[in-house]
Design a protein around this ligand. Structure first.
Ligand code: KIV
Length: 275
């Protein structure tokens, strides 16, 4: 890839994504590493460096233990691997809820140290003032409502939301609060289909669904889930590949070749030049 080409590719921005409301669906996936970002970049409008990295890459039981430093390291890697897609970095648990000033200091650090174009926060009226503070000071924010993984301790696990009318009204309020505070788009996760459609109709910015509805303005999945890298697949994931099986077969082949002294072969070793 020439440096000239690199300079001429324009990265999508928050206004580009916001302008897709009701238009061609916004294609989003998670990314945590440079090589994966490089593969996804040409197919996706938006790459999310999700705090799901804690579970997917680091083996944590949930996202609560994810740190700002982890998000920055993975954000830098994804920025290095991508050129066109907008890159959004998740603000981890405890980094934005306490006060607007703390949220700003942490989000500004993420933006400066990664070069990403926006941050994502789990949204609701309780953090609306912090979102507004960020947006007014130049930090685009993606909201996240419905199943909020950072609330796993309060909820007692990961479970779909919006089954009661009280819960539905509260999630709609969360989405409205995120938008009123200035969010350029809103992830809607793990909610009943009708509610996702209702939110999509009610707010003026794109909704990005995950376990939500085909009626959302865009979709996102955890890349490792849709590639089949785990033995368990959540109901809302469509597996487009079985990479776990493929990797297992490849590694079994390698192990057998090593044991049988079939690897390395003549093509894979260096020979000293004669003389
Ligand atoms: O952390 C994450 O990957 C997310 C997506 C599932 C939306 O928040």
């Amino acid at each position: 890839m020439s440096s000239h080409r690199q300079e001429t590719v324009r990265r999508l921005t928050a206004p580009d994504i916001a302008a897709r409301k009701g238009g061609v669906p916004v294609v989003c996936l998670t990314a945590y590493t440079a090589p994966m970002a490089e593969i996804l970049d040409q197919h996706c409008d938006l790459l999310l460096v999700g705090d799901s990295v804690g579970m997917v890459v680091h083996g944590l039981p949930n996202t609560v233990g994810v740190t700002l430093e982890m998000m920055i390291l993975h954000g830098q890697a994804v920025m290095r691997g991508s050129r066109r897609a907008m890159v959004v970095v998740d603000m981890p648990f405890g980094s934005y809820e306490g006060s607007a000033e703390v949220a700003y200091a942490n989000a500004a650090r993420v933006m400066k140290e990664t070069g990403c174009s926006a941050v994502k926060v789990e949204a609701g009226p309780e953090v609306a003032a912090n979102i507004e503070y960020l947006v007014k000071r130049g930090i685009p924010v993606m909201g996240h409502v419905g199943l909020r993984p950072q609330a796993v301790m309060v909820d007692g696990g990961f479970r779909a939301k919006g089954k009661s009318s009280v819960e539905r009204a509260s999630i709609l309020d969360d989405a409205r609060a995120a938008v009123d505070a200035g969010s350029f788009c809103v992830v809607v996760e793990g909610v009943a289909e009708g509610l996702a459609r209702e939110i999509t109709a009610a707010i003026p910015v794109p909704t990005i669904g995950i376990g939500a509805s085909a009626g959302c303005d865009g979709q996102i999945l955890v890349t490792d889930d849709m590639l089949g890298l785990f033995d368990w697949t959540p109901k809302f994931v469509r597996r487009y590949a079985d990479l776990r099986g493929e990797i297992g077969k490849a590694v079994a082949g390698y192990a057998e070749d090593v044991r049988q002294r079939r690897f390395p072969g003549p093509a894979e070793i260096y020979f000293a030049k004669a003389g």
